[in-house]
Design a protein around this ligand. Sequence first.
Ligand code: SF4
Length: 484
Amino acid sequence: MSEETVRKIYESVKDRWGNLANYIVIKNVVKRFCELNPTADPFRIDWAEHYRPDFEYDEILRELKKAYPMYKWGVGEEFSEEQYFSELYSYLVSQARELPEELRLKLIRELQAEFGFEEPKELEEAEAEVQKVESIQEVEVVEEKPVISLRLIAKYPAILEESKKIASTFTIDKIPREAYQRALTSIIEAIRHGIISTKLDNPVVEILSKPLMYVITALMPSPWLKSRVALAEALRMEKELYVDSIQVFNLLVERINDHLGYRIEKTDEHGEYKMYFIDYLKAAKPLLSEPRWKMVNKTVHRGYVFLNRAEVIRLIRSIYQQIILNKIMNINPRDVPEDIRRYAENVKQRIYEEVMKVKGVSDSVQSIKDIPPCIKSIMEKLSIGDDVSHLENFTIASYMINIGKSVEEVLELFKNRADYDEKIARYQIEHIAGMRGSRIKYKPPSCEKLRTVGICRNSGECPKWIKNPLNYNPIRSDVDGKNR
Ligand code: SF4
């Protein structure tokens, strides 16, 4: 297996999953495939389709084994204690639906003792899994007909319109603090993990937190964050759709049909579901570059495209990712109530810092020891794709050039801008560096000028005598305790 093969497969997964694609995991999975199937062509596998960013290595292998049972995947083919337990555990959870609670937990405990688990966490997770199964069965499904419970609405607030009715019964001043906190946690989860968790301990808080999450995200100036939150929420729903019962799934499909005017129907002709081809083309638009989603590769009959449940779930994710993104993009900051605006302002810095941790700043920036506060602030804005004024652009570019950074290193800083155009940016930086036009190498504006236009961010760390950001050195106390 060549590095080139891995790289190509990784690129195809990245096209689909963006930065959620984990190179190390993909490399190991491909390596394992090639070792176990030395004569097989790895490009015959649709890696992007079966990779899941929230899955562990073993789970991805299991997914692939399900889709391509003709190949060896190293799971289930040979006996190992870990595999045996994994299968036994899945079996136990599937059987749990029929067993009384006490017996279910007893079985899990016995299993724990038999396999000598050291981590009590294993048991807690197993119990939580069992309770999840139980709650779905008891609360949501009664005689094959799902009941629209609060928990169900909290899981699918974008699909179940009841969430709007619940939210509208709360005036702004009555929204509980927990809903704000949950909205913030969800945004942070989206930034850190690319997927939001589902919390059902207080379904009302969860329901209220979603519109708050959209509004707070809309008030952040980063286009990257908006897309990230929309995708993370859609991925959360996708994950739930995979584990929910078929009755719940069919109910949600009905609702999607009602609200979006789609025609997705259950069938047993050529697949599990059929979707009217015009709806299919709309829903699958972002996926049509992949061969498996092209109409020519689908069974089409009398205007309907035939799909299995997993494919419908993937399309639902795609549809709601776009719906959520549109929702966020269409929020006008001027219409946002004062309380929410104030909260967003208070948490803005925290969100910025989280974005910075994930998106990071380039190595060249990290190598600068003492960055003046004004420059640091512009860097933060650039790294999350926030709007920066012409003067801020000029200030940071001239600062970097004057401390010895190359044009390429300065260009790196501007790459997250929504309107980034390499040619224009390069021209401007080269101009500032004295490589074009008047051949003058420009210096950053003076501190006085930056103070006047509101770019200065000095809150005491800059020396009193400073005239230009280039002279910056953080204040250190002299031996006699006086600042320099
Ligand atoms: S005093 Fe000068 S260097 Fe310090 S933050 Fe203000 S403009 Fe920047």
